[in-house]
Design a protein around this ligand. Structure first.
Ligand SMILES: Cc1cc2nc3c(=O)[nH]c(=O)nc-3n(C[C@H](O)[C@H](O)[C@H](O)COP(=O)(O)OP(=O)(O)OC[C@H]3O[C@@H](n4cnc5c(N)ncnc54)[C@H](O)[C@@H]3O)c2cc1C
Ligand code: SF4
Length: 581
């Protein structure tokens, strides 16, 4: 056995959990922490935009013994009654998320969460996470038309009409270092400067492309804060294109031994994009491969490879889609302009922050999508609506006749191209359509398991139906408010398909006081450590015992800080150990 890579820690995955663990453990053990991430790095300007590049921007599992065909950003999974979208790349979900930072409401910690964790115990870690991630609301427009986001106002008006309140969401977007530190107003749109950790960022250009990767690095993605400091300041070793396939404990002699309990360390096997097998050894392993990746890896190690047989029988139980429900309202009478500004700017609370007994608890957030997608939607309209084609032809003929008359009598054609373009493009469906993002407290009763060597999910959707029905009713009210032509609950929701989609998969490795209740410990001294093992930790969305209703990355980050502090014995702060940060 080679001893050349006996490290202090190996981190699997670089999302919110993995980035925190990498940075904090590398601070404790500089140069002796290795992070393995299956996806690629995404430097400024590298996110796909053309149809050609998007075709390759997907993740597909490699067949055993073969090299990977697709190693792009979007990992889209289809499961029983619930599909999921997650990310592959250095920075994990932060690369494609909508930037919202929202602590969980206090009552969420009441049921199924261990006694050690509640909003008060997590509050200091939320504060640190918020400081590192630079979460603040979009700056006020203050007379600058470029900072006015129409849809924010539309949602505020709807909230008022619906008896609620629209509140500005804290978002992890760069509007200048001074704005992030609350020391000055925003940096002018499009200007660049170094953030507090030294990475160059651009003040947000309001392009609405946050969910397909920010090409100007205005999103405060993890590669620009936690991971940046980990690599540049604390000497973390980072290998991308490295997918972990197996974790095996070592015995006293240093050999792999599936009967061992981890006190002598672990061997981590992984493969690169070409399919080449590699391995590394470490005293500790932190699994932060995201809810789907972590459950899949641990289930495989326990049930298929037999290398981690002591893992709790609760592994895979308690999956939550965080109550996600996507909807569309099209053809409203109010301008919505969903192609402008950071993807989410506000939220309307329906009993999530202030629960009503017996009522489903959820919230409604606005959403932007890239302008290039709006062109695509316009291109689809003729196929979807023959009446639309006729109306456009009629309008074009009218303009043409008018121009022809102009030409006859004045000999002028000037401006006709402008008039044609205006006639064809005006009244586009996207400008008056809205994307409604609902999320709330679902039943968190899904089960993840291995079927034919791959992760499978069983989602008993009926137990969460009252929540989804309340969301659909809210969507209908939004339609009436905007006098829209149609409300479309998510495209796969129509009977008999009734399939849901989540971008917030959670659970399966729940924090608990005992292995009969969960998979990793919530007790001091062993926070986040898998029951049955020493030095094997889980830190990502999979450790949440329930959904949180709110966007979960803040809670995942805070929990990872809470676990890292327990492992390292170092009190965290939001400077990440970077001088003058
Ligand atoms: C479109 C979209 C919008 C979202 N918007 C928001 C939002 O506004 N606010 C919010 O709070 N949340 C949002 N989310 C959810 C958020 O991104 C996730 O909750 C969060 O990223 C989960 O963090 P994590 O640490 O659990 O794992 P992830 O961020 O998913 O990271 C896991 C990492 O592990 C890697 N990995 C997986 N398997 C392996 C393996 N075997 N070997 C090596 N590496 C591996 C993956 O490539 C990935 O990089 C959004 C998600 C999506 C898709
Ligand atoms: S709106 Fe555009 S520039 Fe601003 S964070 Fe999102 S993708 Fe980046």
């Amino acid at each position: 056995m080679t001893q050349k890579r006996f490290l202090e820690a190996i981190i699997v995955g670089s999302g919110f959990g993995g980035a925190v663990m990498c940075c904090r453990l590398a601070t404790r053990w500089p140069g002796k922490v290795l992070l393995l991430e299956r996806g690629k790095r995404y430097p400024k300007g590298s996110f796909a935009r053309s149809p050609h590049d998007f075709a390759n921007n997907l993740w597909a599992d490699a067949e055993p013994g073969q090299s990977r065909k697709l190693n792009g950003l979007f990992d889209i999974r289809n499961y029983h009654r619930m599909d999921a979208v997650v990310s592959a790349g250095l920075g994990g979900g932060s690369l494609i998320y909508a930037n919202v930072f929202m602590p969980a409401p206090a009552w969420v910690f009441g049921e199924r969460w261990p006694a050690q964790i509640n909003l008060s115990t997590l509050a200091p870690y939320y504060r640190i996470a918020q400081g590192v991630l630079g979460a603040r609301p979009v700056p006020p427009a203050e007379g600058d038309a470029r900072r006015t986001i129409q849809r924010t106002g539309l949602y505020a008006d709807f909230a008022q009409a619906d008896g609620g309140t629209s509140r500005a969401a804290d978002i992890c977007v760069f509007f200048g270092k001074g704005y992030a530190n609350r020391q000055s107003g925003p940096l002018p749109i499009g200007e660049q400067e170094r953030n507090r950790f030294g990475a160059v960022q651009t003040s947000c250009t309001y392009c609405g492309e946050c969910d397909v990767g920010c090409n100007v690095h205005a999103k405060n993605t993890l590669d620009l804060n936690y991971l940046y400091a980990a690599e540049k300041q604390h000497g973390a070793l980072v290998e991308t294109g490295s997918e972990v396939t197996c974790i095996t404990p070592l015995n006293e002699a240093g050999d792999t031994d599936s009967t061992a309990d981890g006190r002598h360390g672990y061997r981590v096997d992984y493969r690169d994009d070409a399919g080449t097998a590699r391995h590394a050894l470490a005293r500790r392993v932190v699994v932060s491969a995201g809810t789907l990746g972590t459950n899949e890896l641990l289930l495989r190690c326990r049930d298929a490879l037999g290398t981690l047989p002591r893992l709790s029988q609760r592994l895979g139980q308690g999956f939550s889609g965080n109550g996600d429900f996507l909807s569309f309202v099209t053809g409203g009478e109010r301008d919505a302009d969903p192609n402008y500004g950071p993807v989410i700017t506000q939220y309307i609370d329906y009993g999530l922050q202030q629960p009503q007994p017996g009522q489903p608890a959820f919230m409604l957030e606005d959403a932007a999508y890239p302008a290039f997608a709006a062109w695509y939607v316009e291109g689809l309209r003729p196929a979807a609506s023959p009446g639309y084609v006729f109306s456009r032809i009629a309008r074009t003929i009218k303009i043409f006749k008018q121009r022809w008359v102009d030409q006859l009598f004045s000999g002028k054609w000037s401006g006709s191209v402008v008039a044609y373009a205006n006639a064809v493009l005006q009244g586009d469906v996207s400008y008056r359509s809205s994307v409604l993002l609902f999320m709330g407290q679902d039943a968190a009763d899904g089960t993840l398991s291995l079927k034919r060597g791959r992760l499978a999910l069983d989602w008993p959707q009926t137990t969460s139906r009252p929540l989804y029905d309340a969301m659909v009713a809210c969507g209908e009210r939004f339609k009436q408010f905007t006098r829209a032509t149609s409300y479309i609950p998510q495209p796969t929701w129509a009977w008999p398909v009734r399939n849901n989609i989540t971008v917030h998969p959670l659970g399966g490795c729940a924090l608990a006081e005992k292995p009969a209740q969960g998979v990793v410990s919530s007790l001091p001294g062993v926070r986040g450590q898998a029951f049955g093992y020493h030095g094997l930790y889980v830190a990502d969305g999979s450790i949440l015992p329930t959904g949180v209703g709110a966007n979960p990355s803040a809670t995942i980050t805070a929990l990872a800080e809470w676990i890292a502090e327990d492992i390292t014995g170092l009190a965290p702060d939001d400077t990440l150990g970077v001088p003058h940060a």
